[in-house]
Design a protein around this ligand. Structure first.
Ligand code: NAD
Ligand code: TDX
Length: 339
């Protein structure tokens, strides 16, 4: 089998490449990645030593490049992780989100159609459902929850999801979609909450918590997301959407306090800053469909996963210190200066 993994130099895509190389010793993997600010070849250094792994630098929205790639390789599966993924950046500059997340998905699906209707999987997000109130813990996102987005990022992901479903109905393209909750784990880019707070706490820098810190996210260890995508791709029903999550809701403030406690740093580092525009209050996934139909369950409990993650950031300082010392420093100064 030959699998195209797009966005494989990013957080979840790279973890997925390692997961697949280990699980399927006879699979060939091709990783297509544009290497934007969020993509790092150093993340793939172990994979690049594997003869079954090939890296291709390119843009999923570049039709000429993508068509050429599909001519050079005969893919059995295409799994689309490539995206602009940071909500705050989408508020500053929406356009690239529309180009990569919507047009990129269309270009990939057209290439699948033109090359024998290749099986296509879209990695989507729980953010397409909008948010839930903080005072209704009984409410969860199901696959039937209406799409109702808040940010340019989530709108671009929702646009792509609708297009994927349209390609199934109109062209009979064999597709599936997964909508996962917030991931955490190794290689998470240090602009996102958990790695940002770990890296700043280690440097005794202030920890910027948006608003009152009471917003809730539903956290899943990245390997559990990888196992869900693997199951959906191999055993899922074509045309279907699967929610992925592990019932692990926490407020942002509790996450930050937990990180500080694990690192033995004082809570006085916490600084409340102005809120994210349109900030979603709460995400919470109902994963009963993927459990009932495919037998998926998460393996890593949050209390173990967060320890493993902090340990990984302590043992891999070179990886993230190189990132935060370059262009990222300007990003931090610009994005947080008025908060
Ligand atoms: P990431 O930002 O860490 O990685 C994205 C990768 O895509 C990078 O390597 C980047 O270089 C690449 N990329 C960006 N634009 C590209 C383009 N035009 N062509 C080719 N490559 C391009 O993102 P992530 O957190 O790993 O998220 C991966 C996917 O999972 C995204 O589709 C995201 O919407 C989805 N998702 C993420 C989470 C989460 O908590 N991080 C949760 C649910 C779903
Ligand atoms: O400095 C910060 N301070 C803060 O309080 C940052 C960066 C975030 N936050 C808050 C905002 C959110 O409520 O923490 C929460 C998590 O923020 P992010 O890490 O930016 O993630 P989120 O906005 O929840 O989106 C993530 O989950 C769904 C991913 O980035 C998306 O790609 C995915 O689709």
């Amino acid at each position: 089998m030959k699998v195209l993994v797009t966005g494989g130099a990013g957080f979840i895509g790279s973890n997925f490449c390692y997961y697949m190389l280990e699980k399927y010793p006879d699979y060939q993997l091709v990783c297509l990645d544009k290497l934007t600010y969020a993509g790092n070849l150093s993340t793939l250094s172990r994979a690049l030593k594997n003869k079954r792994f090939t890296f291709e630098k390119g843009d999923i929205a570049d039709k000429k490049f993508v068509d050429g790639l599909f001519t050079r390789h005969k893919f059995d599966y295409v799994i689309n992780f490539a995206a602009e993924s940071h909500v705050d950046r989408s508020i500053e500059n929406p356009q690239v989100f529309l180009v990569t997340n919507i047009i990129g998905t269309q270009v990939l699906m057209d290439a699948c159609r033109a090359n024998g209707n290749i099986r296509f999987h879209q990695v989507s997000t729980d953010e397409v459902y909008g948010d839930l109130p903080l005072d209704r813990p009984d409410l969860l996102f199901t696959e039937q929850t209406p799409i109702h987005t808040s940010s340019p990022y989530s709108s671009s992901k929702a646009g792509a999801d609708l297009l994927v479903q349209a390609y199934h109905r109109t062209f009979n393209l064999p597709v599936t979609i997964s909508r996962c909750s917030n991931n955490y784990g190794p290689y998470h880019f240090p602009e996102k909450l958990i790695p940002l707070m770990i890296s700043r706490a280690l440097a005794n820098q202030s920890l910027p918590v948006y608003g009152d810190g009471k917003n809730v996210r539903d956290w899943l260890y990245v390997d559990d997301h990888c196992s869900a995508v693997d199951l959906i791709v191999h055993q899922g029903t074509v045309g279907e959407v699967y929610n992925v999550g592990g019932h692990n809701e926490m407020t942002n403030l509790d996450i930050v306090k937990l990180i500080l406690a694990q690192l033995n740093k004082p809570e006085s580092l916490i600084t409340f800053v102005s809120d994210r525009k349109g900030h979603d209050l709460r995400y919470a996934i109902d994963p009963s469909k993927i459990h009932a139909q495919l037998g998926w369950l998460p393996k890593i409990k949050f209390k173990d996963g967060i320890k493993m993650t902090i340990e990984w950031y302590l043992n891999n300082k070179k990886w993230w210190q190189e990132i935060i010392s370059g262009a990222y420093k300007n990003y931090y100064d610009t994005m947080y200066k008025n908060k």
